[in-house]
Design a protein around this ligand. Structure first.
Ligand SMILES: Cc1cc2nc3c(=O)[nH]c(=O)nc-3n(C[C@H](O)[C@H](O)[C@H](O)COP(=O)(O)OP(=O)(O)OC[C@H]3O[C@@H](n4cnc5c(N)ncnc54)[C@H](O)[C@@H]3O)c2cc1C
Length: 435
């Protein structure tokens, strides 16, 4: 017999609404559901769907997947042992460090698969996912506090409203929900842009290292790209090839596509990456923005938390954003689950205010230093000034630099590199949490 009263799964309200089912949103929803919270995850697209990305996961991202109980040994994952940096005609291999805190391997997987898998994982834990649901704005009470969202649902764009005690914005770099509430980005932080394309390259596809090229030049000039290029093995006969660039007044707008062609023309013909030779490219060159260095504040305010790219959480060191999105999702979920145990009021607000405090504790100093280097070094010539012949020939220095770039240190410190990096970061004043 059909049910006569609406079942809980059909309700349009929830304890928590999460907007966007990318890594940030699915991680937040997963951890909330695991804590027994009624969570509604609203996503405008239908899965599986494309997301422009390099598809590279560092050990810090893998660590978060393991914490979520994702089976990283199953089919579809390609493991990496470390990175290969190419600069100034030299190349150097750097193994992922053996730390107590993080695994010693990275992964690649297309976002087409990865985001679908994570969203299903959140549903498996008890989150309610609504795809084809485009959030158009926040619902606020008289005091301006967010109490839900408005959305257009399905192909007919049916107007709907969803209410919750807490709303999480995980809607990516466009950050529409935050912008609608007047939360503009911090103009002092640059926004990088990155582009990628898949190529069939059976030989490079089985590589065990994520390859990073630090000495790319802008076509028609002698200037170095203020960024780097990557070739990431996908394990399925393809590689993900791309590059990212920081804005720099001297260069004007960087033509990423032309720079990519200029670079790939230097690669050996048998890799299948040279422009115009053979038919190895699959699909178009697609590009998107990378909001860096905690560029949107406050990360919590008026009942709304910003998680992942919507809070500008991409690392200013290397353009990585998935580990940060997953980690922020877990931190946000913990703060929200605690806040839900008390009625609305000061104790509720204090619990939610733990989110920016914990994010600052984890990443604040690292990002502050990264933001300074981005402004004064990386935005001029990428990593090229740091990767001279001496550095490229010094495995210990490269190991230290790699750990700094990816944020891989042990706690308590494991070795001399950890101690040096720990001391360096302690010298950086911790920024005030973004409230
Ligand atoms: C070219 C490129 C290469 C990159 N390479 C890497 C890499 O190799 N490794 C890495 O770690 N990071 C990489 N990044 C960064 C990484 O892609 C992001 O940091 C990461 O996707 C952030 O996750 P997120 O969940 O915050 O946002 P997103 O992944 O953008 O997810 C946001 C979700 O919200 C949905 N959404 C948006 N608006 C609405 C709305 N109004 N209503 C409902 N749903 C909505 C979107 O459809 C999407 O599913 C790269 C970025 C680019 C551009």
């Amino acid at each position: 017999m059909p049910p006569t009263t609406p079942q809980p799964k059909d309700r349009d309200d929830a304890a928590v609404i999460v907007v966007g089912a990318g890594p940030a949103g699915s991680a937040t929803a997963y951890h909330l559901a695991r804590a027994g919270v009624d969570v509604l995850l609203l996503e405008k697209a239908e899965f599986p769907r494309e997301k422009v990305c390099g598809d590279g996961l560092t050990p810090r991202a893998v660590h978060q997947l393991i914490r979520m109980g994702v089976d990283v040994d199953g089919p579809g994952w390609t493991r990496s042992r470390g990175m290969r940096w190419v600069a100034g005609g030299r190349s150097a291999l750097i193994e992922w460090p053996r730390l107590g805190r993080y695994p010693d391997f990275g992964l690649t997987r297309t976002r087409h698969d990865f985001d679908d898998l994570l969203a299903r994982h959140a549903v498996g834990a008890g989150a309610r996912l609504r795809t084809g649901t485009k959030v158009t704005g926040a619902l606020t009470d008289r005091a301006g506090r967010v109490i839900g969202v408005r959305a257009q649902v399905g192909p007919e764009r049916t107007e709907s409203e969803y209410r919750a005690r807490v709303v999480v914005a995980a809607d990516g770099a466009s950050a529409r929900l935050a912008l609608g509430l007047g939360l503009r980005r911090d103009e002092r932080q640059p926004i990088a842009t990155a582009a990628r394309r898949y190529y069939r390259s059976p030989q490079r596809s089985q590589e065990e290292y994520l390859e990073l090229w630090a000495d790319l030049r802008l076509p028609g000039t002698d200037r170095y790209l203020p960024g780097y290029g990557w070739i990431f093995p996908m394990g399925d006969g393809r590689v993900n090839v791309g590059l990212g660039a920081l804005p720099n007044r001297r260069n004007g707008t960087v033509d990423l596509r032309a720079t990519m062609d200029h670079w790939l023309a230097r690669t050996p013909a048998h890799w299948g990456l040279r422009p115009g030779e053979g038919d190895a490219a699959e699909g178009q060159v697609l590009s998107a923005a990378l909001p860096l260095g905690f560029n949107r504040h406050p990360q919590y305010g008026r009942g709304l938390l910003l998680v992942g790219d919507s809070g500008g959480m991409v690392s200013p060191w290397n353009g990585e954003g998935i580990a940060q999105a997953l980690e922020a999702g877990e931190v946000a979920a913990e703060a929200v689950a605690m806040a839900l145990t008390v009625p609305d009021g000061p104790a509720h607000e204090r619990a939610l205010g733990r989110y920016p405090v914990e994010m600052s504790r984890r990443w604040g100093r690292h990002y502050r230093l990264g933001n300074v280097l981005t402004k004064h070094v990386f935005s001029r010539a990428g990593f090229q000034p740091l990767l001279n012949g001496w550095v490229m020939g010094s495995p210990a220095v490269l190991d230290g630099m790699a750990r700094l770039l990816v944020g891989l240190t042990d706690d308590p410190p494991r070795d001399r590199v950890d101690r040096v990096l720990g001391t360096l970061l302690r010298l950086v004043p911790e920024p005030k949490p973004s409230r």
